[in-house]
Design a protein around this ligand. Structure first.
Ligand code: ADP
Length: 610
């Protein structure tokens, strides 16, 4: 399925329907019975109005016959005819209102079901993707947009497609009746109605292309809007007085967009008006034609009434189909985003092994290099490491030297560009991803602050033990969070964050203690990693927490990233990273002894603390 519409005018016209089939498939998979019901109601809504008009004509003829009746017998016959037609027409009207009601009901129910289904599709897909996708602006934009209108757009497109089908059926039915009057009338109406329809489809396609082209601008607008209106941005926006600047940028984007939009609206309506005049002229020409035929006695007065009613219906169908086409580009836009998002390829299928051949082998990095997508220089360059169970590793290095990247590769959030990483002697890509993640516990410096209960915030470190309160309390003790949690209004059941009622906000250091306690929940993981989630905790508490961490990981592998040498020196093995390479490695003592970068930094910090 191509996103850009084809250039050929006929294909361009049909491009308006390019996502209808997909939308229809989603709706059908959501509820087949409701979809069928809607289809049946659509057919009824298409056929019935013209049939009602036709019966109305027969009624008028019966009445005229009764007025003109010359004897009692003819009068009685005409009367019973009139009565019959009244009943038939009333019956058809009952059917039609029933069909309309069915349409409304099935639309409302489908809308709810569909919103849920599309959202679930989006979330399930998100769960299969790698971290790098989320850092890709274009992909992220697609995800945001796909989510924002999930409940309305697919159904909107289906409704409009159904409406168009209904209008088409109505026009065909009307055409069949009018054909009996004169084939030329049908030809006339089709040829004068078509230009408006084709033009509308063309403008709709143009609007679609404009909107797609603009997605970077809209992304920037969305971002500015978010910074200006969200809790986490507001603090700096106020203090640095960024409001005016950002608002001005926002308005400038609007101005650029506005001109193009205004031109399209003007052209669209100018042509809509002109071409609408053409079809109205044809309509009144045919109207007069029918009238004169009645005067000439070629058709009865009832037939004339019926034809005129059909003309009006035909006009309504033409204009309602124009409205449907008009709104379709937005729905198409949405579905194009949705399909692109859902068809996003997951690069590496994960393996299915749940254990390695050599459980005592621990973690190995063999000549691992990694370059972020789009980055010039590698973030990690030819790293080789071996950590056995029971060993602890500390990683030291300046900001941007590749410490976090190394951890992300080990957690399989990214795949190495070169070289391989093994756990238990099995390459990470061959591990079943769930089994692998169970073996590894990581707390990053930008750990998540869940707006959940305090106890849950810690318990999610091991979802299977979420409700195991003694374990949660023990973990909180080791993470040094227990003391302040006891002072919270509802103890371990206190709601955190500001999204929900009575939610308590914690200080940066308290949040870090929560995150660390989370790591202590992961008693079953073989590799435990702390990526500097301690910057806001004082040095003494950090050392104490790491001491707990060391005990906990006696038979496991522990990896820590920290800028504090009081912590780093506890690790058995230390590596110093610089620009993605291992510059030095060894124990604290041997590194001090060799008087390299490590020794220099240690000196610097030791002096600072005196
Ligand atoms: P550290 O943890 O040592 O501070 P990182 O591993 O986070 O450093 O970063 C290493 C390098 O990779 C830096 O040059 C940084 O700019 C780059 N980098 C980090 N994250 C990303 C990312 N998501 N996309 C592109 N480049 C990144």
């Amino acid at each position: 399925m191509t996103a850009e519409p084809p250039v050929n005018p006929v294909s361009r016209f049909f491009a308006v329907f390019r996502y209808s089939a997909l939308a229809m498939r989603i709706v059908r998979d959501t509820s087949l019975p409701l979809t069928l019901l809607m289809a049946a109601a659509t057919i009824a809504n298409g056929v019935l109005p013209a049939s009602i008009a036709f019966v109305g004509g027969l009624f008028v003829d019966a009445v005229a016959g009764a007025i003109a009746a010359e004897d009692a017998q003819a009068l009685a016959a005409a009367r019973s005819d009139a009565l019959f037609y009244v009943l038939v027409e009333a019956g058809l009207v009952v059917l039609m209102t029933g069909a309309q009601r069915i349409t409304t009901v099935s639309r409302s129910i489908l809308q709810v079901l569909l919103g849920n289904r599309v959202n679930v599709m989006i979330i399930e897909k998100a769960m299969t993707l790698e971290l790098s996708h989320f850092e890709d602006a274009e992909y992220y934009d697609k995800l945001l947009r796909a989510r924002r209108e999930a409940s309305s757009r697919p159904l909107g497109l289906v409704i409009k497609t159904f409406d168009l089908i209904r209008d088409l059926i109505a026009l065909l039915t009307i055409g069949a009746w009018l054909f009996q009057f004169s084939p030329w009338v049908v030809v006339l109406l089709v040829f004068t109605g078509l230009p408006a329809f084709v033009a509308e489809a063309g403008f709709s396609g143009e609007a679609f292309r404009i909107m797609r082209r603009r997605s970077p601008e809209r992304r920037l607008q969305f971002y500015l809007e978010m910074v200006l209106t969200r809790e986490d941005g507001v603090k700096e926006v106020k203090l640095l007085q960024l409001g005016k600047l950002f608002l001005q940028r926002y308005v400038n984007i609007f101005r650029n967009i506005y001109r193009e939009d205004r031109n399209l609206v003007l052209r669209r309506n100018f042509w809509g008006y002109l071409l609408g005049l053409l079809s109205s002229a044809a309509f009144y020409f045919a109207y007069g034609w029918v009238g004169f035929s009645a005067i000439a006695g070629a058709i009865t007065i009832g037939q004339m009434t019926a034809y005129i009613a059909q003309f009006r219906l035909g006009q309504n169908s033409v204009s309602s189909s124009l409205t449907a086409v008009n709104g379709m580009y937005e729905d198409n836009l949405y579905l194009s985003t949705l399909t692109e998002y859902l068809e996003h390829e997951v690069p590496e299928p994960t393996g299915d092994e749940t254990g390695g051949p050599d459980p005592g082998d621990g973690v190995r990095f063999e000549n691992v290099s990694f370059t972020y997508p789009g980055a010039g220089a590698p973030a990690l360059d030819n790293i080789s490491l071996h950590i056995r169970p029971g060993e602890s590793l500390a990683i030291v290095g300046e900001n941007g030297s590749g410490k976090t990247t190394l951890i992300k590769l080990l957690a399989r959030l990214y795949t190495p560009s070169r070289g391989r990483i093994t756990l238990e002697g099995l390459e990470l890509s061959r591990w079943d991803i769930d089994a692998l993640r169970r073996k590894i516990g990581v707390i990053f410096q930008d750990f998540a602050r869940y707006q959940l209960l305090v106890g849950e915030n810690i318990g999610i470190g091991d979802v299977e033990e979420l409700d195991n309160e003694p374990q949660v309390r023990e973990a909180a003790g080791k993470g040094m969070a227990d003391a302040f949690i006891r002072n919270l209004p509802d103890d371990y059941r206190t709601q955190l964050g500001t999204w929900f009622k009575d939610g308590k906000e914690l200080s940066g250091g308290q949040w870090q203690k929560i995150a660390l306690s989370r790591a202590f929940m992961r008693t079953r993981a073989d590799v435990l990693i702390l990526d500097e989630p301690t910057a806001a905790i004082d040095a003494r508490a950090e050392a104490e927490i790491f001491a707990h961490f060391g005990k906990l990981t006696a038979r496991r592998i522990s990896i820590i990233i920290s800028h504090r040498f009081s912590t780093v020196r506890m690790a058995k093995h230390i590596i110093v990273l610089e620009q993605g390479r291992i510059q030095e490695q060894g124990s604290h003592e041997s590194l001090l002894h060799s008087s390299g970068q490590y020794a220099k930094l240690f000196e610097l910090q030791a002096r600072g603390y005196q």
